[in-house]
Design a protein around this ligand. Structure first.
Ligand SMILES: [Zn+2]
Length: 373
């Protein structure tokens, strides 16, 4: 969902991105600050002053959320966990990690870094509002609102439901104590789902009480939390099942090879219809030229089948995604999902040594999860 968006630069070597949904929040925040908070609290302000204060506060809120996310990422990078990008979206920010922390201590520090940053920022803004003398009312008003919102942000993120920061802190403590990551994740994500449901219920109650904007918003956040919590547990359980198993164990090796000079009609009649196989390495004098699958064949119009050759329709070797026989099954599943393909050639030393299919992987997973193995 967070793939779309615009790039806004880099910090600490990490690309920063804005998801389109972030703009909705920005407009809502600026509008509600200008039309609501500032113009009600400071009735002596002109409309222009309120608008400028709204925009400045919105931008500083954006900076605050970014600082929170950056601190998560900086701590992660210091522990050797690569961060692909930070994306700001409708509910805040996410740091996209390609791997999860391998020790509970690392996750603990990483999870806590964000809310601590928000607390410190909140403290600084409130201190300027309260203590610094001679500050114009305009700046005081902005600092007051940002001070509280940062503290609320820290408090919300510290709710102990996975995948919120507080849930990560809880998971790291359970994991630290029990050494069982899967169990720790199950407990923390169940609490996360519970918090999600609670938000949805409170949201519905608010809607019935006539406070439908806040109610809808809360229910929406609750729904998002519940989804994120179940998805993170499923993903971990999946990785746990696949962990320690190699592509070699599951790949099919008896791939019938075909010649590039064959016409598609011949391939369909002589190979596909008789064997029921869906893909074939294309080989000429012991060199693998590419791979032809049913997917490639369907791109060619049926009348063209007698005239077009396998060479013309295949995916050339250079464009193929592949895995090595000794890579993890989790890696194979990730590539299949990311590329949205059904089978992946297994390549060793430039040769196709087998194929791994999504069907095989899925039945491997379902058998093992049914047996609880
Ligand atoms: Zn956070």
């Amino acid at each position: 969902m967070l793939k779309e968006g615009i790039s806004i630069g880099k910090a600490f070597g990490i690309p920063l991105r804005l998801h389109y949904s972030w703009f909705i929040v920005f407009v809502l925040v600026v509008w509600s600050l200008t039309a609501g908070y500032f113009s009600v609290t400071y009735q002596n302000w002109s409309l222009t002053t309120s608008i400028v204060a709204g925009v400045v506060t919105g931008l500083l809120l954006f900076g605050s959320v970014l600082a929170h996310e950056l601190m998560h990422s900086v701590v992660a990078q210091a522990a050797g966990i690569p961060i692909q990008a930070i994306t700001l979206f409708i509910f805040g920010g996410v740091s996209q990690m390609t791997e999860e922390p391998k020790q509970p201590q690392v996750e603990f520090r990483m999870a806590l870094a964000g809310p601590l940053t928000s607390l410190v920022l909140g403290g600084i803004f409130l201190a300027i509002w309260y203590w610094v003398g001679g500050v114009p009312e305009f700046i005081k008003a902005i600092c007051f609102w940002l001070g509280w919102i940062n503290i609320v942000l820290a408090g919300f993120n510290l709710i102990p439901g996975f995948p919120l920061d507080g849930g990560r802190v809880l998971r790291s403590l359970l994991w630290w104590q029990s050494r069982d990551l899967r169990r720790a994740t199950r407990i923390a994500s169940n609490i996360g789902r519970g918090v999600g449901y609670l938000f949805i219920i409170i949201g519905i109650v608010l809607i019935f009480m006539g406070n439908w904007i806040n109610g809808l918003w809360l229910a929406f956040i609750g729904w998002f939390l519940e989804n994120a919590a179940s998805a993170s547990y499923r993903q971990l359980a999946l990785q746990d099942i696949l962990k320690g198993h190699k592509v070699r164990e599951l790949m099919t090796q008896d791939c019938p090879i075909v010649s590039p000079a064959l016409t598609i009609q011949q391939l369909v009649n002589e190979q596909i219809l008789t064997s029921g196989r869906r893909c074939f390495p294309v080989v000429q004098s012991d060199r693998v030229l590419g791979l032809i699958t049913i997917h490639d064949i369907k791109k060619v119009a049926r009348e063209q089948w007698p005239n077009r050759t396998v060479r013309e329709a295949m995916t050339p070797f250079a464009n193929l995604k592949s895995v090595g026989p000794d890579e993890d099954l989790a890696t194979a599943l990730r590539i299949l999902t990311e590329q949205n393909i059904n089978q992946l050639p297994v390549v060793k030393d430039g040769n196709i040594v087998g194929m791994i299919a999504r069907d095989n992987l899925l039945s491997f997973i379902s058998v093992r999860s049914e047996l609880g193995a």
